[in-house]
Design a protein around this ligand. Structure first.
Ligand SMILES: NC(=O)c1ccc[n+]([C@@H]2O[C@H](COP(=O)([O-])OP(=O)(O)OC[C@H]3O[C@@H](n4cnc5c(N)ncnc54)[C@H](O)[C@@H]3O)[C@@H](O)[C@H]2O)c1
Length: 261
């Protein structure tokens, strides 16, 4: 499915990104992994990148292969370090990297954003999300947070709401659509990776346990990787601007509660 393709994966050092990198290699792709931390064992080529740094993004993108088939945006933080940092990594850095990599993506290439069920509220918070997404580049995040009264603990869900909104917007922007680049998202529910205890701290055990109980078990990185790589593949060539929940049915269960069916 991915034989001979070149795939750039952020967050390669741990959890879902590591698993995506391993599976892509096994399926015959060349993998370039980007992460602020070096992986314990190498998966393809590794380049260190703090995705929250505009200068690092500019320098690292110059070192990437001239022709890339897909970019998997997986790197992210849980939100325990505060809303400003969380938005810088999970949304503004991700978007800046994607815009910088776009010219290297071959025509018909793919971008896959790892969002989350935590971004479920993007429609309910649409005006706020539109305002954050409308700010270009790396804006003054602290000022935006004050302007929109965002408590520090809401940085993570907000970052994923922005990512889900931007995924749909980007799918129709000339930078991407003009060259047939598809922009999609996958939204995991709870996944047992090293970040997971921080989500328990952020959302509280009752909420996390309820999410798990709705679908019978937490997910694993191995549950997410095949879906992300499918969206990278030409098999997904007619899928664009979509969000694929990869959560064992959690979103459907939350919809059932919210919509009363
Ligand atoms: N684990 C879950 O329950 C869950 C659920 C939904 C969505 N997600 C999302 O999946 C993605 C991957 O999370 P995970 O569960 O594999 O967590 P993880 O902590 O195992 O992996 C995250 C990776 O991102 C890297 N990273 C963090 N900050 C970075 C930065 N500034 N620059 C570059 N790399 C950076 C880390 O070094 C790490 O390798 C995240 O975007 C997360 O929000 C996770």
């Amino acid at each position: 499915m991915l034989f001979g393709k070149t795939i750039v994966v952020t967050g390669i050092a741990s959890g879902i990104g590591a698993r995506i990198g391993q599976l892509a290699l096994a399926l015959g792709a060349d993998v370039v992994g980007l992460d602020v931390n070096a992986p314990a064992s190498p998966t393809g080529e590794f380049v260190r990148l703090d995705i929250a740094s505009a200068a690092e993004i500019e320098a690292v993108v110059k070192t990437l292969p001239a022709r890339v088939d897909a970019l998997c945006n997986v790197a992210g933080v849980s939100g325990v370090s505060g809303a400003q940092k969380t938005l810088a990594i999970n949304f503004y850095g991700l978007r800046a990297l994607t815009e910088a990599v776009a010219p290297r993506l071959r025509e018909g290439g793919a971008i896959v954003n790892v969002a989350s069920i935590a971004g479920y509220g993007w429609r309910a918070n649409l005006e706020r999300a539109k305002a954050f997404v409308a700010a270009p580049g790396f804006p003054d995040i602290a000022a935006l947070l004050v302007e929109h009264n965002v408590p520090d603990g809401e940085g993570y869900p907000l970052s994923k709401e922005l990512l889900l909104l931007w995924t749909q917007q980007a799918a129709h922007q000339p930078l991407f659509r003009g060259r047939g680049l598809r922009v999609n998202a996958v939204s995991p529910g709870p996944v047992t990776t090293p970040i997971f205890p921080e989500f328990r701290k952020l959302f509280g055990d009752p909420r996390v346990d309820d999410d798990i109980a709705r679908v019978g078990r937490a997910g694993s990185a191995a549950d997410i990787a095949p879906a992300a790589l499918f969206l990278c593949s030409d098999g997904a060539r007619w899928i664009n601007g979509a969000n694929l929940p990869v959560d064992g049915g959690l979103e459907a269960s939350i919809n059932a509660t919210a919509l009363g069916f």
